[in-house]
Design a protein around this ligand. Structure first.
Ligand code: DX5
Ligand code: ZN
Length: 220
C-alpha cells in the first residue's frame, strides 16, 4: 500500500507569522505545501501572488503544490516554475486547450495537475488522463477556506479511481476543501492519494498533532 500524502493549505496560515507557520509544516508529518492562487476573476476572491510565493519558497523544505484558481493560466506557467512550484494545477474550467497547457507545464519541469469544480463531471478527463500527474477534486466551491465538505465527492473519487485503473495511468487523486478527521479515512478508502487541509490544521489548537492525526487516518 502506497503512502498517502497530507498537504496543509497555506491559505489558512497566519500571514503575519508566515515563516513560523512554514517552519511548523517543515517540522511536521505533512508531505506537501498547498498554495492557493486566486485572481478575483475565476473565483470571487483574491488570495496572494508571486512575491508571497517567492517568500514561502525561501523557507519551505517540502514539495510545493500550487493550485491556480485563475483565468488563462498559460500566461504564468514559466513564472511559477521559476518560483519553485513542483506541481502546478490548473482548473479544467479555465483551460480551452487543456492538453496543450499540460504539455507546457511538463515542459517547464513541473508535474501537471487539473482541478475539477464540484459540478464538473470526471468523465471529461477521459481523453487526457494519461497526460495528467494529479487530479484535484474540489470538495467545496473554490475561492474560500473553511467551507463544508460536499458529500458527492466520494462518488467522483470512486469514478476517477476506476478510470485511472482502466487506463493504466499513474495519476494521483487529491481532495481539496473541507477535509477533516471526519472524512480523511473515508476519502482514502474511496481512492484519494493526497488530502489538502487548511482550516482544520491551522485553526486547531495543536497544528502539529492535527497533521499527525490526519496522516494516521489516511494511512491506517
Ligand atoms: C479553496 C482552496 C483550498 C482551501 C481549503 O478554494 O482551494 O485549498 O484552502 O481550505 P479548507 O481546508 O479550510 O476547506
Ligand atoms: Zn486549493
Amino acid at each position: 500500500k502506497n503512502n498517502k500524502l497530507i498537504a496543509p493549505s497555506i491559505l489558512a496560515a497566519d500571514f503575519a507569522n508566515l515563516q513560523r507557520d512554514i517552519e511548523m509544516v517543515n517540522s511536521s508529518k505533512a508531505d506537501w505545501f498547498h498554495i492557493d492562487i486566486m485572481d478575483g476573476v475565476f473565483v470571487p476572491n483574491i488570495s496572494f501572488g508571486m512575491p508571497v510565493l517567492d517568500a514561502i519558497n525561501k523557507h519551505a523544505k517540502k514539495t510545493i503544490d500550487v493550485h491556480l484558481m485563475i483565468v488563462d493560466p498559460d500566461r504564468y506557467i514559466n513564472t511559477f516554475a521559476d518560483l519553485g512550484a513542483d506541481v502546478l494545477t490548473v482548473h479544467y474550467e479555465a483551460c480551452t486547450h487543456l492538453h496543450r497547457t499540460l504539455q507546457a507545464i511538463k515542459a517547464a519541469g513541473m508535474k501537471a495537475g487539473v482541478a475539477l469544480n464540484p459540478h464538473t463531471n470526471v468523465s471529461l478527463l477521459e481523453d487526457v488522463i494519461q497526460d495528467i500527474d494529479l487530479i484535484c477534486v474540489m470538495s467545496v466551491n473554490p475561492g474560500f477556506g473553511g467551507q463544508s465538505f460536499i458529500e458527492n465527492t466520494y462518488r467522483k473519487v470512486g469514478q476517477l479511481k476506476e478510470m485511472i485503473l482502466n487506463k493504466n495511468a499513474s495519476t494521483l487523486i487529491e481532495i481539496d476543501g473541507g477535509v477533516t478527521d471526519k472524512n480523511a479515512h473515508e476519502l482514502v478508502k474511496a481512492g484519494a492519494d493526497v488530502l489538502v487541509a487548511g482550516s482544520f490544521v491551522f485553526k486547531s489548537n495543536d497544528p502539529l498533532s492535527t497533521i499527525e492525526d490526519l496522516k494516521n487516518l489516511a494511512n491506517n
